[in-house]
Design a protein around this ligand. Structure first.
Ligand code: 3PG
Ligand code: MG
Length: 409
């Protein structure tokens, strides 16, 4: 696994710690709809407080495109962040660099916390600008990256800044990397992957990489329709990428070459329309009527996946298995999730899941906390599952490599 320093390796007492967080939380009508990322960040801040650091939290929020935009201010995050760390006060700087940021940081005493305004209010952030990174570096003595979910972005606060200050992973970053590596680097076998979601086209790299790593790949969601179609099955009016049929056949051939068994749905829940509570039927995958849509995996497929899970020791899961936002088409995903939880809780399965929709489906089923690990990452989790080097992780490794061995973990 990549070598990187952790909070145990760096001295932070009395020092100014620039903490890269991902406070890019979902917000609807001014209300935070999921505070997971704030809650999972809290232990890092609390640890830094205990060690007597001056903690300066920085993050992006939304995509304001390099200029200040009140709609993307981080100011509304001050109160939720304070709440997450037990009510401790959080100061706010209305700019993340320059005089305003310097003033707020200078006023911090050890064990106090400040939050800087949205990094993406400056073009230099997304450009990975050395000048912008230097302006940030002026505010701190040490850099801690706890933003695994933004690690796929080569942005200044993630990449360039890590080379300017002593750098370490925060506790959440560390937990993400340990869990993800445990699932694919030296996993207990058999390893099973469960991949769903709408499209094959957006997950080609992911499927290719995963096939080289796992013993068994079960595919659900609308992407399975494309694979069924490629095998010559009638998919009716189902969401299907017909132009991806050749790619789909090549994928299935690649899986055979790599000795990765692939399970496609053997039955489906079909309906004439995607609407809540619409009448449904369970049919075999080769008996889908031309005027019907496949909207979920059927009970036989759930049972087949459950039987395979019984034999598996490790599971990596990305993507819902049906149109989970519209009940009852959340049932297949929920049933499989319950099986995963049962085996995980019994100590028989190491289960790791990630990706925006996957996490939404698991939390809708009330099961998020009951897998071995659920990543806070969306895009970064997908890029990790494609086998790509994440700039945020690479930056921490480079920083550790620049540190004499013995000083680093
Ligand atoms: C995310 O929410 O996936 C991360 O915060 C990255 O956000 P971005 O896709 O706007 O770079
Ligand atoms: Mg995103």
């Amino acid at each position: 696994m990549a070598r990187f320093q952790t909070l145990d390796d760096i001295d932070v007492r009395g020092r100014r710690v620039l903490l890269r967080a991902d406070l890019n939380v979902p917000v609807k009508d001014g209300i935070i709809t999921d505070a997971t990322r704030i809650e999972r960040l809290a232990p890092t801040i609390e640890t830094l407080i205990e060690k007597g650091a001056r903690v300066i939290v920085m993050s992006h929020f939304g995509r304001p495109d390099g200029r200040p935009d009140p709609a993307f201010s981080l100011r509304p995050l001050v109160a939720p962040l304070s709440k997450a760390i037990g009510g401790q006060e959080v100061a706010f700087a209305a700019d993340c660099i320059g005089e305003e940021a310097k003033r707020v940081v200078a006023a911090l005493r050890p064990a106090q916390v400040a939050l800087l305004e949205n990094l993406r209010f400056h073009k230099g952030e997304e450009q990975n600008s050395p000048d912008f990174a230097r302006a940030l570096a002026k505010l701190g003595d040490v850099y801690v990256d706890d933003a695994f979910s933004a690690a796929h972005r080569a942005h200044a606060s993630i990449a360039a800044l890590a080379q300017l200050l002593p750098a370490a992973a925060g506790k959440l970053m560390e937990a993400e990397l340990v869990a993800l590596n445990g699932a694919l680097e030296n996993p207990a076998r058999p390893v099973m992957a469960l991949v769903g979601g709408a499209k094959v086209s957006t997950k080609l790299d992911l499927l290719r990489f995963v096939m080289g790593k796992v013993d068994l790949l079960a595919i659900g969601g609308a992407m399975a329709n494309t694979l069924l179609f490629a095998e010559g099955k009638e998919v009716g009016r189902s969401l299907t990428e017909r132009d991806m049929a050749d790619n789909a056949r090549r994928l299935l051939a690649l899986a055979r070459e790599r000795n990765c068994r692939v399970i496609l749905p053997e039955d489906a829940v079909v309906a004439a329309e995607l609407a809540p509570g619409t009448p449904t039927r369970n049919v075999a995958s080769d008996a889908v009527a031309g005027d019907m849509m496949i909207l979920d995996i059927g009970p036989k497929t759930v049972a087949r996946i459950a039987a395979e899970l019984d034999r598996a020791r490790t599971l990596v899961w990305n993507g819902p298995l049906g149109a989970f936002e519209t009940p009852p088409f959340d049932q297949g995903t929920a049933a499989v999730a319950r099986k995963v939880v049962e085996l995980t809780q019994a100590g028989k399965l190491l289960s790791v899941a990630g990706g925006g929709d996957t996490v939404a489906a698991l939390s809708a089923a009330g099961l998020t906390g009951r897998l071995s690990y659920v990543s806070t990452a969306g895009g970064a989790f997908l890029e990790w599952l494609e086998g790509r080097e994440l700039p945020g992780v690479a930056a921490l490794t480079a920083a550790a490599d620049a540190t004499p061995r013995g000083d680093a973990a």
